[in-house]
Design a protein around this ligand. Structure first.
Ligand code: XMP
Length: 513
């Protein structure tokens, strides 16, 4: 049983960051909604209560039964968690009409405390809270303060509980808390006594044996997309069950130039049992005459399911559908805010398991994106696949704006190919998070030689981001943009203008549709 820390999520924007930091310390952790009942078992080494956008003073404040774990395993309350513990164990919290937000200097009162051990006496922390703790519960003591709050950190007095309760009113998980990582290290490694043995290699070993137990002699079918997640999921399953895994890679006619052939041959080179299915016409026929982005996405999702279903049904003994779901997708679905508003409906294979009557196996379900890449490297997937930019499921259908035609897809593919090749050649491909060419549905006047032209415009998009939720446009050097523009205009007949998108997300999005 893997030792783990449970992070109870009260909806803070930073909850995932706490999990990231613990994983960086090679400690396995899981985020669970605050409302989950906690059944302690020996694998649970400690519990962290996250922050929250709510106030503990609100009538509808999120409630939890602290008796489930207080004193039974080490506990760390962060912001809301700290205030909730103070209020519910007999202390007092003051509702404040302003937020304390930003950097603060924390002074440590108890330098020999195990949580603060090794930190500087004065250390910078990041505050983001409205309410503040006015009085501590009995049997608790202050261990650090700042100029504006007397209780920056407090703990249960030694001996009161079998396992200590620690509470902090700042966020150790954000990098502005300069020694936050040391504090978390002290909590998980020293106080909770986690070994720090969670690594991509240990994950691979453990998953392989778990997958073997789970799947037995059954067959698994998995849809490859060429992206990192489905590729790593396939390799992990392949290592576990070999040829019992059958992969399907569908060409929807909306991939990048030559992508289908290149990716298919690298999959074959890896020993994966993969069938490439050319279904270009099925997709493009259904998309003819459609210009609304959401309708385009839905059509692609539907045709994908039709094609996949037909192929999967032709295989023998298939009992499972493998998917490359990763942890951020899983966490989002248990957010205290409920399902997030659909801004763009993402193309996925929802509905497939029921249609095919298959069970689901998701070997990457507990991994963050960078961990998926590390696991992929451990499985010797080539860099070419591991370092690929994210690419949307509906592909160029949402990069050819408005109505799609074969010719427009070709213009987009050719321009994109020039763009991406130059980024690779100049070393910029690996410095940006995602890049691609977008074909605008307007024509404009130009001049080539002595001739007037009336052709399409390509918009170049390149962004820096961590997770695609927010993004900044990449500051590509002007000389490189100049080269990309002139190569596209000179080589791709049908394009006479190139523009660069300098919008940030939000309020813009990364894709234009
Ligand atoms: P937006 O445009 O919402 O994109 O800022 C954020 C990230 O999601 C990708 N994206 C999609 N991925 N199906 C996908 O699988 C989709 O329908 C889809 N729409 C956007 C986008 O490429 C970016 O990485």
């Amino acid at each position: 049983m893997t030792a783990k820390i449970i992070i109870l999520d009260f909806g803070s924007q930073y909850t995932q960051l706490i999990a990231r930091r613990l994983r960086e310390l090679n400690v396995y952790c899981e985020i669970q909604p605050f409302s989950n009942t906690i059944k302690l078992d020996p694998s649970i080494k400690g519990i962290i209560l996250s922050g929250s956008p709510f106030s503990v003073k609100d009538e509808n404040a999120l409630q939890i039964d602290l008796d489930q774990f207080i004193g039974k395993v080490p506990v760390l309350g962060v912001c809301y968690g700290a205030q909730y513990i103070a209020q519910n164990l007999g202390g007092d919290v003051l509702k404040s009409d302003h937020r304390e937000y930003g950097k603060a200097m924390m002074s440590i009162d108890q330098t020999n405390d195990p949580l603060l051990n090794g930190l500087k006496r004065e250390t910078q922390v990041w505050m983001s809270h409205g309410d503040t703790i006015k009085a501590l519960p009995e049997s608790f003591e202050i261990i650090a303060h700042t100029a504006s709050i007397p209780v920056a950190a407090y703990r249960s007095i030694e001996g009161v509980y079998e396992h200590p309760v620690y509470c902090i009113q700042f966020h150790p998980e954000v990098t502005h808390s300069l020694e936050g990582k040391e504090l978390l290290f002290n909590f998980v490694r020293n106080i909770c006594q986690c070994q720090g043995d969670w690594t991509p290699a240990s994950y691979v070993d453990q998953s392989i044996s778990e997958l073997r137990d789970k799947i037995g002699d059954d067959g698994v079918v998995l849809g490859l997309s060429g992206g990192v997640d489905s590729s790593v999921a396939a390799m992990l399953l392949h290592k576990a069950i070999g040829d019992q895994l059958k992969c399907i890679f569908i060409d929807n006619g909306l991939l990048r130039k030559n992508e289908f052939e290149q990716v298919l041959s690298s999959y074959e080179g890896l020993g994966l049992n993969v069938k490439g299915v050319r279904a270009n016409d099925a997709f493009l026929d259904q998309l003819a005459g459609v210009s609304d982005p959401e309708t385009k996405r839905k059509i692609i999702g539907r045709v994908f399911i039709e094609v996949f279903e037909k192929e999967a049904k032709a295989l023998d003994n298939i009992k499972w559908l493998g998917q490359g779901t990763i942890y951020p997708d899983v966490i989002e679905s248990v957010s205290v805010h409920g399902p997030s508003v659909t801004i763009k409906s993402h193309h996925n294979v929802g509905g497939l398991p029921e249609k095919l009557d298959l069970k689901i196996v998701e070997p990457l379900r507990m991994l963050f994106k960078d961990e998926v890449r590390r696991v992929g490297a451990e499985l010797s997937l080539p860099q070419y696949i591991l370092s690929r930019h994210p690419f949307p499921g509906p592909g160029l259908a949402i990069r050819v704006l408005g109505e799609i035609s074969k010719e427009k897809v070709r213009l987009c593919q050719e321009s994109d190919d020039i763009y991406i090749s130059i980024l690779r050649e100049t070393g910029w491909y690996d410095k940006v998070w995602q890049a691609g060419a977008i074909l605008l549905p307007v024509q404009s006047v130009g001049v080539m030689g002595d001739e007037r032209t009336y052709e399409y415009t390509i918009a170049l998009r390149s962004v820096n981001s961590v997770d695609g939720m927010t993004a900044e446009w990449s500051r590509l050097p002007h000389e490189i943009l100049a080269r990309i523009s002139s190569e596209i205009i000179n080589k791709v007949k049908g394009i006479n203008r190139v523009v660069y998108d300098i919008s940030t997300k939000p309020p813009a999005t990364i894709e234009w549709e």
